[in-house]
Design a protein around this ligand. Sequence first.
Ligand SMILES: C[S@@+](CC[C@H](N)C(=O)[O-])C[C@H]1O[C@@H](n2cnc3c(N)ncnc32)[C@H](O)[C@@H]1O
Length: 306
Amino acid sequence: MTTPASPHESRWLERLAGLPFLSDKPEEDAESTLRALWYLATGERRSADAAREGTLPPLDDAATARLDELVGRRAAGTPLAHLTRRARFMGMELFAGPEALVPRRETELLAQAAIDCLRGTHGALVVDACTGSGNVALAIAHALPDARVHGADLDDDAVTLAHFNARHVGLHDRVHFAQGDLLAPFDDARFGSRVDLVACNPPYISSPKVGQMATEISAHEPALAFDGGPLGVSVLVRLIDEAPRLLRDGGWLVFEVGAGQGPSILRRLAHVPHYDDVEGLRDAHDVVRVVRARYRPAASLPVEAP
Ligand SMILES: C[S@@+](CC[C@H](N)C(=O)[O-])C[C@H]1O[C@@H](n2cnc3c(N)ncnc32)[C@H](O)[C@@H]1O
């Protein structure tokens, strides 16, 4: 680590190296964590990704004491993004915190899939259900400058954070957030049968497993962000059933699934007559983590006899 020498540096690195770093936060290791906390101790908030860049500023005595305390809090289990209040998603530095799930790198597959589906659609109308910090909604709007994006979440605190993020990245004129249950905030004529794409990263962990997740998650992140009901698919199944109310003919439903859920969800979708072009998108480990399908109401009509 290229930093100004500090007598504490190797001790801090040693304390952090003992942490059980989560596989869904691949940007975090002992070095990026120490660099992020170092910047924070000197008054600069950076995500783990952003902290890998630049030359660390020197520490005075007060900053050294602050960093020592921050390393202690991280070593005791507080998520890095809750300390720095920053997470990077699709190249954007967003506000993060206990109000909502810290955006995960794996969810960039969902955001990119949504963006790819919408290429060539002028002025797309997009809904992002279960929006959390607003990361997916904002990534879509950032990539598609004429898209109009609406996100919603059941959790008031998440919606407040999402509003904050929209202002922070200067997209508040095209990205709007509301509080409500799944697609209920969009149950009006502005959206009915008019939406080009519904995106969603729903909670998909089965209720019994929620409490067994790593302490960094179960003790610090909102359970609502993970709890997908007894089998983990309660919200997913509702999404598949309810999205047709919003989608235009040819519109897309794109959502994230848990590792291992892809095959059964794809089988379920294959039996729903009004979905077409059903496809599972695989991550770098060849695991289906995103499912997309096109709404084709005509596909469900019986073929007329000649
Ligand atoms: C897995 S997190 C995804 C957050 C964000 N979209 C992301 O990708 O980081 C799931 C989100 O769904 C929200 N949620 C859970 N049940 C919901 C429901 N019935 N209606 C709307 N939002 C819900 C949670 O509050 C949480 O913010």
